[in-house]
Design a protein around this ligand. Structure first.
Ligand code: ADQ
Length: 487
């Protein structure tokens, strides 16, 4: 915040940070399940400014209504939320089609084949142009700082740059960037790369993703790359490519003081799920998405019960899964598979009074998630590929008792920072089952040691550091440009 005093801040993302739902008896305000919103919202609250997003859950499509421009969070009014309305057709092509059936599987190497349709691409281009127009319309100065979020807006940076050449555009790509061969199958690879290179700063979670991006540009564009400075010059513009590992806002002391003791959380959760006192639980918390490794996790739970029958009747796995992108066939089929596998494991190992797997396929409020994090003996984050993953960080932040074990996929960006977790290859069922057994039998002292160290990392490298580093780099860049303009 201090780096950009007086500068104008505009955030663009597809997902809105708040959903205003008209019930007929008034409006209720909800928070969506999204890693991006979890991370960016606290920063926006601290900096104020304008957040432009697709009004997916709020009001009528295509209508300009009372929720078009609102101050949020409700009652605090820290910043302005400006909504862009899309028709069903537009959302289908730009969001479900090109972004989620094309770019999402293209960037996550999870063996789901990307689908590229000409029509989706045309919608994607059109909607990127619409958001660029909104940024220009909202900007009060000719050199705002614009934060472009994620793979829905690869073309936006260059489009903004055309109209606001002096803007500082920070683009953050929340998902992985694959190697040049994988990315190269995209029919519009050149347009996407050129669009992204309209950014002043281009951020990824890990150095590895930055390296992949630079190599991709090297392979497919005529650009000048300076490896030493991590910059790419293309036409008139220079883009600085850097890794900024995203995180969460560490809970304040006042927040922590409101939390029920761990023993009480455990008691409540066990009671709610119909489990006896002393029952052991591991949890998974995800959007229902094939990249999160939920199926592989269930196989590991099944293997644990096969290999260590002593856990039958004494241990259960609880999966919380928020429905996501359910209008896509791939996602519906995935949800069905998870449901069937859960049923099969429960039939195999369960009985009238014991259910080995509990699948809670619904959105949970953050307090309920926190209670679950505190109640768990282990938390399983077994993504097949994940830009960062915030659930593992939320779990660690919730455990002020320094107990509980984190099982973490080596293919999540978070594994680079959180090496005190039990790191697993989620494709290796045996290894994950062994890690689960180990977490349930881990001595208290070892749990404490690992958890204390993880907590130090997440506390220090929190989301303010993520945003702070990007904004500091932006501030430095602006200063340099001002000095150069004077010469
Ligand atoms: P996501 O793929 O959405 O994010 P993640 O980082 O794990 O994944 O964040 C999920 C968020 O949704 C968390 O805050 C979690 O608490 C919440 N959530 C999950 N299930 C929920 C449920 N059932 N009910 C309510 N809330 C739920 C993308 C990238 C990640 C990257 C983030 C941020 O895919 O790799 O970490 O962006 O950059």
């Amino acid at each position: 915040r201090t780096q950009l005093r007086g500068d104008e801040l505009i955030v663009v993302s597809n997902r809105e940070p708040y959903i205003h739902e008209d019930t007929g008896h008034g409006t209720i305000v909800k928070r969506p399940a999204s890693g991006l919103v979890t991370a960016v919202e606290p920063v926006m609250r601290a900096c104020s400014g304008t957040w432009i997003a697709h009004g997916s859950g709020s009001g009528d499509r295509g209508s300009v209504d009372k929720h078009d421009r609102v101050l949020v969070p409700p009652g605090k009014d820290d910043y302005t939320l400006r909504r862009i309305w899309l028709t069903e057709e537009e959302e289908k092509g730009y969001y479900f089609g090109f972004a989620n059936e094309g770019l999402w599987p293209l960037c996550h190497v999870a063996h789901v084949r990307p689908v590229f349709r000409e029509n989706d691409w045309q919608e994607y281009r059109k909607i990127n142009q619409r958001f660029a127009d909104a940024v220009v319309a909202e900007a009060r100065s000719e050199d705002p700082v614009v934060l472009v979020q994620d793979y829905h807006f690869a073309l936006l940076p260059a489009l903004i740059r055309k109209k606001l050449p002096r803007a500082t555009i920070i683009t953050f790509w929340h998902i992985p960037w694959p190697n040049p061969e994988s990315f190269g199958i995209c029919p519009w690879r050149q347009e996407i790369l050129e669009g992204m290179l309209g950014s002043t700063i281009l951020g990824f979670h890990t150095r590895f993703h930055c390296k992949n991006f630079i190599e991709t540009v090297d392979r497919y564009l005529e650009a000048r790359i300076e490896h030493e400075h991590s910059t790419i010059s293309f036409h008139e513009d220079t883009t600085f490519v850097e890794n900024y590992p995203i995180s969460i806002a560490w809970p304040s002391d006042t927040t922590m003081a409101t939390w029920a003791p761990v023993a009480q959380c455990k008691e409540r959760v066990l009671q709610r799920l119909g489990m006896p006192p002393g029952h052991r639980i591991a949890i998974g918390v995800d959007r229902f998405d094939y990249t999160k490794g939920i199926l592989e996790r269930l196989h590991a739970v099944e293997r644990l019960l096969e290999k260590h029958p002593e856990w039958i009747g004494k241990f259960s796995f609880v999966q919380v899964a928020a429905p996501s992108r359910s209008s896509l066939e791939e996602y519906r089929a995935f949800q069905d598979r998870i449901q069937n596998t859960t049923r099969r494991i429960n039939e195999r190992f369960g009985n009238d009074s014991y259910q080995p797997v509990h699948l809670l396929a619904e959105h949970h409020e953050s307090d309920a998630l926190n209670e679950l994090y505190r109640a768990a003996d282990a938390c399983m984050v077994t993504s097949l590929h994940d830009g960062m993953n915030l659930v593992c960080k939320e779990f660690v932040a919730a455990r002020d008792d320094e107990r509980g074990v984190l099982i973490l996929s080596r293919f999540a960006g978070a594994a680079r920072e959180m090496s005190e977790a039990l790191i697993v290859n989620p494709y290796h069922v045996e290894e994950t089952a062994d890690a689960l057994h180990r977490s349930l039998t881990m001595p208290e002292a070892e749990q404490r040691e690992r958890m204390a160290s993880l907590r130090m990392t997440v506390h220090e490298f929190n989301v303010y550091r993520w945003a702070g580093r990007m904004l500091t780099d932006a501030g430095r860049w602006r200063l340099r440009e001002r000095i150069e303009a004077r010469v």
